[in-house]
Design a protein around this ligand. Structure first.
Ligand SMILES: [Zn+2]
Length: 684
């Protein structure tokens, strides 16, 4: 059976290489050996082993050649290595897979357990943090593992025998792949690049610099003045771009003077995007500033200050240079755009672009915009992408809930002991609830808390939660239930999965979706039913979900198009990049937002800090929203435990296959839009 599949793989692989996309011809992959030498080795293997495995031979030899470096030996060594270690027999290949899987579970499992333990003084409420705790907390026991596996040549053994498939191929082959094919493919993903340490270091430095730049980009709101020299914000209010500015803007709906403050924040954002913000306004309260006129004052007298010298775009460009420098060492994904989408999210750029464009051009969006317009009683402004008025008003008193949670959970043990009951409430059998719970341990957290899964069977997942002397408050409880969702996912996908290489979920959006679904059941688990109108709260949730997806999809498209532009203009200066970003953001606005808002030429979609500090990460958020909505809609009338377990046991296959298996369709905005249609009948 597998032979048949592999035969069809060859045909498809040929088609793929025949229609190279534009990214491929700009990047030449660095290889120690030339094509003739590689062909010589392939021929030698074909002679020795025959044609049965010609696809695996060709792919394996090429893969090893792309990873082989001078210290590994010369061409003779390479050639001999391939001849000696290629596995031609299917039984032996299975045997090798099983051994490797077992060893990787040991390596991952113990390294993870070590890190969990070494970080305990930092994460748990264990008194003052010592200098030693900081050093050992930052120490990574597995930092040299990859190097070691290249040195003992296990990495080459895997690359030679377990083909690395690109996302396009995984999509193409998914229909015919069995579970073991997926497991082999995940093994093949293990060693697909070998980036020189100095390039990794440079990329980390560029990202850290961009991060610090953003982390220290605060605006002193009490220093903002209007034309009459009035201030409108609290004197000591200091807001970080863009999160703090955005959240303040959101909180000013239906407030006295709200629109004046919103306009001021909007002008600050435009100055940041355009980089004509006076440089000494950033992170400083030395001057008064009118963001509308861009005039600066010292003690009431106007003064001149230089604008920020395009630093924002300098950092973006540094990230681009550092990331694209690695292209030549990534034969499977030879551009950062492919690595961010195809490799990390396992969705192609085109797929994401099409999904987002079809969502944001849906007719429902305009209807939601009209609803917002009537709710706020004025024409829309560009910053209304952050309209915040679709929140269900709960009429449950939070203090009353805290009374219940603090009595129920005076300490972490009490929460841990209650997990079996919670899981039974969600539909797990008594036995299974006990089984899952026995693999989760609740620790007293120092900070807000988190969920940290095990990486090997026999180890436990950790739920970290902070419980004050007075017992767990409702907010803490709500978060703990979210973290419990993560722990349950981690436990099921580790202990119950058929192949270790498939443990986990396709990407972070999936584990968040599961955690949010647990969190949404928090009152049910407490035995207190929400007494707000469910029809209304569901309708509001649909509108809220839709509007925030609409906003962040546009931002993600800008991010995506900017990276394409940088690849087309690798020699650009920060000033040129600034112009390009503004043009791109304005174009996306004019295409997809101007028709809805009735207002043209706003570059507001370029304000996100993620674009500068976490390149191409943004698309994860709206995808997460859509997935969550699809799964929730699907399981609404079904047994929560059965459905979640069934979905999770698919493990780490690609996202679209996971979704097809989970809810019957690929990732789609339709369930959200359907819910919006219903909601528009209810909310006026
Ligand atoms: Zn989470």
């Amino acid at each position: 059976m597998r032979k048949l599949i592999i035969f069809s793989l060859i045909a498809i692989a040929l088609v793929f290489s025949a229609c190279n996309n534009s990214n491929d011809n700009s990047t030449s992959i660095i290889k120690m050996f030339n094509e003739e030498q590689i062909t010589e080795t392939i021929n030698a293997l074909s002679e020795k082993f025959g044609e049965t495995n010609s696809f695996r031979i060709e792919r394996g030899v090429n893969q090893v050649a792309s990873l082989w470096q001078e210290q590994d030996g010369n061409f003779e060594d390479f050639n001999q290595y391939c001849l000696d270690y290629f596995i031609n027999d299917n039984k032996e290949l299975d045997n090798a897979y099983n051994k490797l899987e077992q060893h990787f579970e040991v390596l991952n499992g113990y390294f993870n357990a070590m890190t969990v333990s070494l970080m305990e003084p930092l994460h748990l409420d264990m008194g003052e943090i010592h200098h030693i705790d900081n050093i050992m907390g930052a120490y990574s026991p597995s930092a040299h593992l990859t190097d070691d596996l290249f040195q003992n040549k296990l990495a080459f053994y895997i690359a030679l025998n377990f083909p690395a498939y690109s996302l396009k191929e995984k999509v193409e082959f998914a229909e015919n792949w069995t579970r073991i094919d997926w497991a082999y493919a995940r093994m093949g993903d293990m060693f697909i690049s070998r980036i020189p340490a100095d390039l990794i270091q440079k990329a980390a430095t560029a990202e850290t610099n961009a991060d610090s730049y953003i982390a220290e980009y605060n605006i002193y709101m009490g220093k903002l003045v209007d034309a009459d020299f009035n201030t409108h914000f609290p004197e000591n209010m200091k807001l970080i771009t863009h999160w703090g500015l955005r959240d303040e803007l959101k909180s000013n709906y239906n407030r006295e003077n709200g629109i004046k403050k919103q306009e001021m924040i909007y002008n600050v954002m435009l100055r940041i995007i355009n980089q004509d913000i006076p440089s000494e306004i950033i992170n400083s309260d030395n001057y008064e500033w009118n963001p509308e006129t861009n005039k600066v004052y010292k003690d009431g007298k106007e003064t001149q200050i230089d604008k920020e010298p395009d630093t924002r775009y300098f950092h973006l460009l540094e990230n681009f240079k550092a990331q694209s420098a690695m292209d030549a060492y990534n034969p499977v994904y030879p551009s950062y755009i492919e690595r961010a989408y195809d490799r990390n999210m396992e969705l192609t750029q085109k797929e994401i672009e099409d999904l987002f464009v079809s969502f944001i051009t849906a007719p429902e969006i305009k209807q939601v915009a009209d609803l917002i317009k009537s709710r706020i009683g004025r024409d829309l402004r560009p910053y209304d992408i952050w309209y915040d008025g679709f929140k269900a008003r709960t009429n449950i008193n939070e203090d009353a809930l805290t009374e219940i949670t603090s009595n129920k959970y005076p300490n972490p043990e009490a929460f841990e002991n209650d997990i079996p009951r919670m899981l039974q409430t969600l539909g797990w059998t008594d036995k299974k609830a006990e089984d899952i719970s026995s693999k989760i341990i609740v620790d007293p957290a120092r900070g807000a808390g988190h969920a940290w899964g095990a990486e090997m069977k026999g180890e436990k997942a950790h739920l970290r939660t902070r419980i004050p002397e007075t017992g767990m408050d409702y907010k803490g409880y709500n978060i703990a239930v979210h973290e419990l969702g993560h722990n349950v996912e981690q436990t099921i996908t580790l202990y119950d999965i058929d192949y270790y290489m498939l443990h986990g979920v396709p990407n972070t959006a999936f584990t968040e979706a599961v955690a949010f679904m647990f969190q949404a059941n928090d009152l049910k688990l407490l035995g207190t039913e929400n007494n707000i109108d469910k029809t209304e709260s569901d309708a509001l949730a649909a509108l809220d979900n839709c509007w925030s997806a609409y906003e962040i999809m546009g931002v993600s498209l800008v991010d995506m198009y900017v990276w394409q532009w940088m690849y087309e203009n690798p020699e650009a200066t920060p000033a040129q990049l600034k112009d390009a970003v503004i043009n791109i953001a304005t174009e996306v606005w004019n295409n997809y937002y101007a028709p809805v808002f009735g207002i043209e030429n706003s570059p507001i979609l370029a304000i996100y800090s993620h674009m500068i500090a976490s390149p191409l990460y943004l698309a994860n958020y709206p995808i997460g929203h859509l997935i969550e909505f699809q799964i929730e809609e699907y399981i609404e009338d079904k047994n929560f435990a059965d459905e979640i377990s069934r979905m999770l046991l698919q493990g780490q296959i690609i996202p679209q296959e996971w979704m097809k298996g989970a809810v019957g369709t690929i990732i789609s905005g339709k369930p959200t839009l359907n819910a919006v249609n219903k909601a528009l009948e209810i909310i006026k």
